[in-house]
Design a binder for this molecule. Structure first.
Ligand code: ATP
Length: 263
């Protein structure tokens, strides 16, 4: 699962300090519903720069804040150039399955980048990890997406609008607090015993995944997406789906790393 690389990527989020890098650099840009991430990797596939900002620029496969997205990407490119001491003219990007790849391409092109590769999110992960008879389950901000993979190719994908935002809504309702406050408590899950509060919502997510994989050849599930940072998610999946569940150490970093690794 390239976990050491994901750990190193997570440790350098928004680190602007200059580093020395040899050889060509690959840049991947992930435009999500909850955040925008730029990751640069070196010729060995080692992360060398990561910039992340929480921002809702895409919703339901539509760019809702085009100008905001362009601003963030332009700033990230400048920060990465300063950190790495080189000019960035090319990048890869991706898009949620079933949405239009042009949305991401347009944003990158608007900041003057040449788009070298564009592929849907689970396909990026499937190629990186060379998966077979597996389902990639990406629980992001707004949706849960499932992609069934055979021999590194996505053979089925679907998504449903239940994700991290719905967990936050459940927490907000339980404590009678704002969504923003609920979002903070969710990230301190152990302190607030969040799992017991959001378990029914997570079970709704596992029901969605069970529907997605019914009748498909799936022997293992790989979890991805920021919501899988919540401690206890694996246990809920194991109990409800009765399949081996794999969780990368940094679920938020897997898709951006896969995009940067496209070549
Ligand atoms: P989508 O996949 O819907 O396009 P996205 O790619 O922007 O969205 P991610 O960045 O994978 O989504 O995940 C964002 C979600 O992860 C948010 O709902 C956020 O609250 C949640 N999240 C981030 N960190 C944590 C954490 N430590 N514990 C629980 N949830 C978290």
């Amino acid at each position: 699962l390239a976990c050491e690389r994901l750990d190193r990527a997570a440790a350098m989020i928004n680190d602007t300090e200059a580093v020395e890098v040899e050889g060509p650099i690959h840049v991947g840009i992930d435009l999500g519903t909850a955040d925008v991430v730029l990751m640069a990797i070196d010729a060995e596939g080692e992360p060398v720069a990561v910039f992340l900002e929480w921002a809702e620029v895409v919703r339901d496969g539509v760019v809702v804040d085009y100008v905001g997205a362009i601003d963030i990407v332009r700033r990230f490119i400048k920060q990465a150039e300063e950190r790495l001491g080189c000019e960035i003219t090319q990048a890869s990007t991706s898009f949620p399955p079933g949405t239009d790849a042009r949305l991401s391409i347009n944003i990158l092109e608007s900041v003057g980048l040449e788009v070298t590769y564009v592929e849907d999110e689970p396909s990026c992960v499937a190629h990186l990890l060379d998966l077979n008879k597996a389902a990639i389950v990406d629980i992001g901000g707004g949706t849960t997406g499932t992609a069934v993979v055979r021999n590194s190719q996505v053979v089925f994908s679907d998504d449903e609008p239940t994700g991290g935002k719905h967990l936050s809504l459940t927490i907000a309702g339980y404590y009678d607090i704002s969504i923003e406050e609920a979002e903070q408590r969710k990230r301190k899950a152990a302190e607030f015993n969040i799992l017991s509060i959001v378990r029914p919502t997570l079970e709704r997510v596992t029901d969605i995944v069970a529907d997605h994989i019914r009748g498909q050849e799936v022997e293992t599930i790989l979890l991805s997406g920021g919501t899988c940072c919540l401690p206890g998610v694996v246990g809920v999946f194991e109990k409800e789906l009765k399949l081996p569940i794999q969780l990368p150490t940094q679920p938020l970093m897997l898709t951006p790393f896969s995009i940067a690794s496209l070549n």
